[in-house]
Structures are given as structure tokens and as C-alpha cells.
Design a protein around this ligand. Structure first.
Ligand SMILES: NC(=O)c1ccc[n+]([C@@H]2O[C@H](COP(=O)([O-])OP(=O)(O)OC[C@H]3O[C@@H](n4cnc5c(N)ncnc54)[C@H](OP(=O)(O)O)[C@@H]3O)[C@@H](O)[C@H]2O)c1
Length: 331
């Protein structure tokens, strides 16, 4: 089969097409013919990980070293990127009962990656399920990462209808999902993003939008019950004055300082910091499918690129021009 591989860390030009062995499913596994995979933050980071310093990494330094070892210190260990996919079941192992050849599926591989290929293998009880009937393969392929991350992080806070939520980084993979999920729960949502994407974030349901270049939201005369900062570009100290007395600051990307603040605010004071990691639960993928099919969650594709143009897809994703998600189509 064909796959987009990279054998050295680097820019988009590190990606190239190659012939690799097609995986074979074991008894409880599915062989999936991949139609579409996304280009998300994780793919861009992993492609260039060897050139990213601990300081540039958006998470605590100990995690940086663990991730560098897991991904490969000087060369990538997993040569095929791609954490989310949609496709069709091509074959099933002898003990598979939930799926049959021909089923349209979508799923999430997380840091295991491997979706930039014509085929991949998934455990029947892993992060794979039937594709939402109302989405194209491209739309389904870009849904899991942002939605599952936002869903699991929002579970860490007791968000009530009518509360005010601010999402800093509302136009990206996680932020666009957080806006939609917070609206679902009846919150009043303010989305912060770049000027070209203000209308996009409004269309996702945000009640108010702020251009981060023109305005510093921490200087507003408004307060929020929950501030979600996707890239961690603000800080708890700066956000305190615009948090309600019992407000929560939830940085999706965080350094050790925020972890220390989480421990301190757990013991003292009413305003809280919550740092958390996303979970990968098959039940959440089922929940996401149900939400999509009921119209409660939108999955938006900006552009699709053919497999041969994977480098162009990555270049576009890094250009700062994307509005929605980028897809690589395999077939
Ligand atoms: N906690 C966890 O378990 C977990 C899981 C996965 C990922 N993460 C973290 O999440 C981050 C990636 O999130 P993502 O995939 O949503 O990224 P993304 O798709 O690249 O989106 C980034 C967002 O940040 C906005 N942004 C850029 N510069 C900004 C600024 N100066 N101020 C405010 N917003 C700004 C962008 O707005 P415009 O594009 O409109 O300019 C966009 O909305 C990474 O740091 C990763 O480490 C955490």
C-alpha cells in the first residue's frame, strides 16, 4: 500500500509517498481502507519534533522528554503520521462481531498515529466506530481530535446553563469544539481568535467574538465563569480579574507553573486552575457520533489535499490561513 512517510524530522518537505507493507488484522482487529485523515496540531508537532525545544513545547518539561523518547529522539520512530481517520472496513479478524467488510467507520489513533496510509488496523473495541451517516469521510476524519479533547476537558468543570465561558483560541481544532460543546450546555460563549476567523467562530455559535490582536480580553470589563486557553497564551494571574469569584481557569496547554497553581488553588481561595489531559474512551467516540447525527456538533473542513500533496497540506495548515480543518484524502 501507499503511505505518506517521514524518516527525518523537519519541514513539510520531510513528507513523501512510499510503498509500505499492508498491515494484517489479528482475530479482534479490523483492516480499514482509509479514505481521509486530518492534519492537526499533533501531526505538525510530531513532524518537526526534533527541532522543537523544551521551552517551545506547550506542556511541562518532563512530558517533553517523555514525548521525545516515545516519538524518537533524533529520528521519528513511527514514520507514518495521522491521528484521525475515516474509511471503510476492508477485512475483519475471525473474532470480530461489531463490524463487517464494507462498513463506513471513523476513529482516533492519538499519539499512535499511522493514518496517513491507504490502510490501517484497529482493535474492534478501540477508538473506532461507525461513521456518522450525515458526514462525508473528510468531515468525519476531522471530528475526533478536537471534539474528544474538548469533551474530556469540559468534564473536569461543572459548567451550568447560563454561565459565561471564554475560549481563547476558539477557531482551532480544540477551541472550535469547545465553543460548540459549551453552547450545547447552555453557556454564553465568547470566542477569541484571529480577525479572519471571527465570522467562522460566530457561525459555530459563539455569542461574542474578540480578535486577539486588537483586544486583550483580560482588560475587558466583563467576567467569565470559565476561561479555556487552548495555547496557554494568557496566564492565571492575568485572567484573575476577569474570572468570577468562583471562576475556573482551564489551560489546555500548560507548563509546571500552572500545575503548581492548580495544587495551590485546590487548597486556597475560590478561583481555581484546572490542568488536565484528554482521555481516549471508545464510549466518547460513540457519544460524538450520536451528537453529530443529531445535529448537535458540526465538523468543518477547510480544504482537502491528495496524498501526493501531503507536504502542501502541512504547509497550508502552518500558513495561519486555515478556517476549519485540513484533510488528506487517500483514495
Ligand atoms: N491537555 C491536553 O490533553 C491536550 C490535548 C491535545 C492538545 N493539547 C494542546 O492543545 C494545543 C493545540 O490546540 P489546537 O489543536 O486547537 O490548535 P490549533 O488548531 O492550531 O488552534 C490554535 C488556536 O489558537 C489561536 N491563537 C493563535 N495565536 C493566538 C494568540 N496569540 N492568542 C489567542 N489565540 C491564539 C488560533 O487562532 P487563529 O488561527 O484564528 O489565529 C487558533 O484558534 C497544543 O498546545 C497542544 O499541546 C492539549
Amino acid at each position: 500500500m501507499k503511505a505518506i512517510v517521514y524518516t527525518e524530522y523537519g519541514g513539510p518537505e520531510a513528507l513523501h509517498l512510499a510503498e509500505v507493507a499492508t498491515p494484517a488484522p489479528q482475530a479482534r482487529e479490523l483492516l480499514i481502507r482509509v479514505s481521509a485523515a486530518s492534519v492537526n496540531f499533533g501531526d505538525l508537532l510530531a513532524r518537526n519534533f526534533g527541532n522543537v525545544s523544551a521551552g517551545e513545547f506547550n506542556m511541562p518539561a518532563p512530558l517533553y522528554f517523555l514525548a521525545r523518547v516515545a516519538f524518537g529522539w533524533s529520528k521519528p520512530k513511527q514514520p507514518i503520521l495521522g491521528s484521525e481517520f475515516a474509511g471503510e472496513v476492508a477485512a475483519v479478524g475471525s473474532d470480530v462481531t461489531r463490524f463487517k467488510p464494507g462498513d463506513a467507520v471513523f476513529g482516533y489513533r492519538g499519539p499512535q498515529m499511522g493514518a496517513y496510509a491507504e490502510a490501517l488496523v484497529m482493535q474492534e473495541d478501540g477508538m473506532v466506530t461507525h461513521k456518522p451517516v450525515n458526514l462525508t469521510a473528510a468531515e468525519a476524519a476531522v471530528a475526533p481530535y478536537g471534539a474528544l479533547t474538548a469533551m474530556t476537558l469540559l468534564r473536569r468543570v461543572n459548567l451550568q446553563a447560563g454561565q459565561r465561558v471564554l475560549v481563547n483560541g476558539a477557531s482551532g481544532g480544540i477551541g472550535s469544539a469547545a465553543v460548540q460543546l459549551a453552547k450545547q450546555r447552555g453557556a454564553h460563549v465568547t470566542g477569541v481568535c484571529g480577525a479572519p476567523r471571527l465570522a467562522y467562530v460566530q457561525a459555530l455559535g459563539a455569542d461574542q467574538v474578540i480578535d486577539y490582536v486588537r483586544e486583550d480580553f483580560t482588560q475587558r470589563n466583563e467576567s467569565y465563569d470559565l476561561i479555556i486557553d487552548v495555547l496557554g497564551r494568557s496566564s492565571f494571574a492575568r485572567c484573575r480579574r476577569v474570572l468570577t469569584p468562583d471562576g475556573v481557569y482551564l489551560p489546555v496547554s500548560f507548563k509546571m507553573k500552572a500545575v503548581v497553581q492548580m495544587v495551590r488553588t485546590k487548597m486556597f481561595g475560590r478561583q481555581k486552575v484546572i490542568c488536565a489531559f484528554s482521555d481516549e474512551k471508545p464510549a466518547d467516540l460513540e457519544l460524538l457520533r450520536a451528537m453529530i447525527e443529531s445535529g448537535a456538533f458540526q465538523s468543518i473542513v477547510d480544504r482537502c489535499f491528495a496524498m501526493e500533496d501531503a507536504a502542501a497540506a502541512h504547509r497550508y495548515a502552518e500558513s495561519g490561513r486555515k478556517q476549519g480543518n485540513i484533510v488528506i484524502t487517500m483514495t
